[in-house]
Design a protein around this ligand. Structure first.
Ligand code: SF4
Length: 273
């Protein structure tokens, strides 16, 4: 396994305009550039930030220095122009392992708890988000933590995202957040092959689930995912029937038996403010 290269960078801007899949948000916010979870299907691999870098996605991370000060200034300015809604994060995981030490995400949350956006969505797959329950509670209903749980099968998780946290740890984090009173959702996104008990597993933990797949959710109608060659992983595993634009419907039907319609979201609508 190659060693991760960490670099400190001083960004010129932190808040980016919400576009495409995130058009429902005024801004997106990424505390880091790069992501050591290195998921096989990560569409950021196909985006300029990764392509121009040249190095393998997952092997490098830029740590944004003096981010809190910059965000405070940008947020004030943006809020003076109108309501601000923030999606954190679109091209990195704000709670990847380096956050334990660097606490960039925590510092950004501190700023936003003071200079409160109208709505903040925190998108992660890391149980480390629990550390910040104290700040998240200050947002009341103006925040939602969306935890990626693409499957309930740990061996599938290991095949597709060997560098990401185990499923059980994410479920426990969701339980802890919900019990503390932080609004949460489980993001089955992108949906991976799963068991017939997936909905049953999530039912006692969350009352909001979003299901997404490569075709609806990779921002290019599935083209980026095709370029990544993910289909061959399904073939190697003998799971080709799970790779296709209609495969999600079976899982959606499974969830529909246990979740009310207003608790279930499909793709983009589940990530909107
Ligand atoms: S956690 Fe998200 S940003 Fe990081 S590699 Fe996985 S899909 Fe990409």
């Amino acid at each position: 396994m190659t060693k991760t290269v960490y670099e400190y960078k001083r960004p010129k801007t932190l808040l980016n305009k919400g576009t495409g899949f995130l058009a429902g948000y005024t801004h997106s916010l990424n505390p880091y550039t790069g992501c050591t979870f290195g998921c096989s299907y990560c569409y950021v691999r196909q985006m300029p930030v990764s392509l121009f870098r040249g190095d393998e996605w997952g092997s490098w991370v830029d740590i944004k220095q003096e981010a809190a000060e910059l965000l405070q200034a940008e947020l004030r300015k943006a809020k003076s122009k109108g309501p601000v809604t923030v999606f954190m994060s679109s091209s990195t995981d704000p709670y990847q392992p380096i956050e334990h030490k660097e606490q960039i995400t925590r510092s950004l949350l501190e700023v936003m708890a003071e200079e409160r956006p109208q709505f903040l969505l925190v998108q992660t797959r890391s149980p480390l988000v629990r550390r910040d329950i104290d700040i998240l509670l200050r947002f009341g209903s103006q925040v939602r933590v969306s935890m990626t749980v693409e499957t309930d099968l740990e061996h599938i998780r290991k095949s597709f995202t060997p560098g990401a946290p185990p499923i059980q740890a994410r479920l426990q984090a969701l339980r802890d957040l919900a019990e503390a009173g932080v609004p949460v959702q489980a993001a089955v996104a992108p949906m991976l092959p799963c068991s017939g008990n997936f909905a049953e597993l999530l039912r006692p933990i969350v009352s909001r689930v979003c299901i997404d797949d490569y075709w609806m959710g990779d921002g290019s109608g599935g083209k980026r995912t095709r370029r990544l060659g993910i289909e061959s992983l399904y073939e190697q595993l003998g799971l080709e029937q799970w790779y296709g634009p209609t495969a999600y419907r079976t899982v959606y039907d499974q969830f529909k038996r246990l979740f009310a319609e207003e608790e279930l979201y499909i793709s983009q609508q589940g990530f909107e403010p």
